[in-house]
Design a protein around this ligand. Structure first.
Ligand code: ASP
Length: 304
């Protein structure tokens, strides 16, 4: 709780993607895996931009890659509820006309971010919950894989440890997110998670909530958050950071201020990534780790 906020920023240029693999305290021997997973996802997003895809397509692909990597708390390998099942939350937002899509408490699908994207494209509603979200997904042609296919041994162990009170303090790390800018100046953000280990049935965190876990506005910036969802919701962290960027605060400084405020005002820890309208990116965390990677036209960088 007393860790200082660590933040860093750099310039990404005309187009690029930044991803995170969750705020938490990843064990030292697993850190390289987290960084590698983030690198792969950022490259997947960049490949989409290189092929002429939009920032929205890029964050969708980057987050999908992270959902498919079982070490992250999203898609396959997401953490388990108190009932021992996966309930996914995910959202995506496009910064041109502020279109957004999201799902929460969704069971049985491998890639919730794709269903959130379908909601964005459909345009009628922003957020679908539980059975309604599953029905929407099925109507859009997504095939459920079932509850069991999403559960990994590591997730079972984490739930057992949480029930016994022997789990790690804070988060194990693993919620995922991405922000991107394409050459046209479009900004987008997406976030996906299983939420928190041993959460009560029906608990919804910040990740599917536009303004708390995800926000994108071409006139300001794009943000994806991770950490203590209850605090993120109360402070609308993603939107707050975007508003700071609108006031011409740099991406890393906007996040540093917001994550510090989160700790000071409601005692919550977490982290976030951002990209601003000028192609400057940044991240901040008040947890011990938050894996991240950035990929742009001429290079890439990553860390934890
Ligand atoms: N923010 C997520 C939630 O509260 C958890 C996380 O980022 O690790 O659902």
């Amino acid at each position: 709780m007393n860790d200082p906020v660590f933040s860093q920023g750099s310039v990404l240029g005309r187009f690029g993607v930044v991803v995170h693999g969750g705020a938490g305290n990843v064990r030292p021997e697993r850190r390289a895996l987290h960084i590698e997973g983030c690198r792969r996802a950022a490259r997947a997003g960049l490949a989409v931009l290189r092929d002429g895809g939009s920032a929205t397509d890029a964050v969708e692909h980057a987050v999908r890659a992270l959902e498919d990597d079982p070490i992250f708390n999203a898609g396959t390998g997401a953490c388990l509820t108190a009932d021992g099942i996966v309930e996914h939350d995910a959202s995506i937002m496009e910064g041109h006309d502020l279109r957004a899509g999201a799902v929460c408490s969704l069971r049985g699908f491998a890639n919730p971010v794709l269903i959130a994207r379908a909601a964005l494209d459909d345009g009628r509603h922003v957020l679908y919950a539980a059975e309604g979200a599953a029905r929407f997904a099925a109507e859009r042609g997504f095939v459920p894989v079932g509850d069991a296919a999403l559960v990994t041994e590591a997730a079972r162990e984490a739930l057992a440890a949480a029930r016994e009170g022997t789990g790690p303090t804070g988060w194990a790390g693993g919620t995922v997110g991405a922000v991107a800018r394409d050459a046209s100046g479009l900004l987008a953000a997406a976030t996906s998670t299983g939420g928190t280990v041993n959460k009560r049935a029906g608990r919804v965190g910040d990740s599917p909530l536009i303004g708390a876990g995800t926000y994108a506005d071409d006139e300001a910036g794009a943000v994806s958050t991770t950490g203590h969802g209850e605090g993120m919701i109360r402070l609308c962290v993603a939107r707050s950071a975007v508003e700071a960027m609108r006031a011409r605060v740099s991406a890393d400084e906007a996040l540093r201020r917001t994550i510090e405020h989160l700790r000071e005002r409601v005692g919550s820890v977490g982290g976030a990534i951002a990209i601003d309208r000028n192609g400057r990116y940044g991240f901040a965390r008040s947890t011990a780790t938050m894996s991240w990677a950035a990929a742009w036209e001429e290079g890439e960088d990553a860390g934890i």
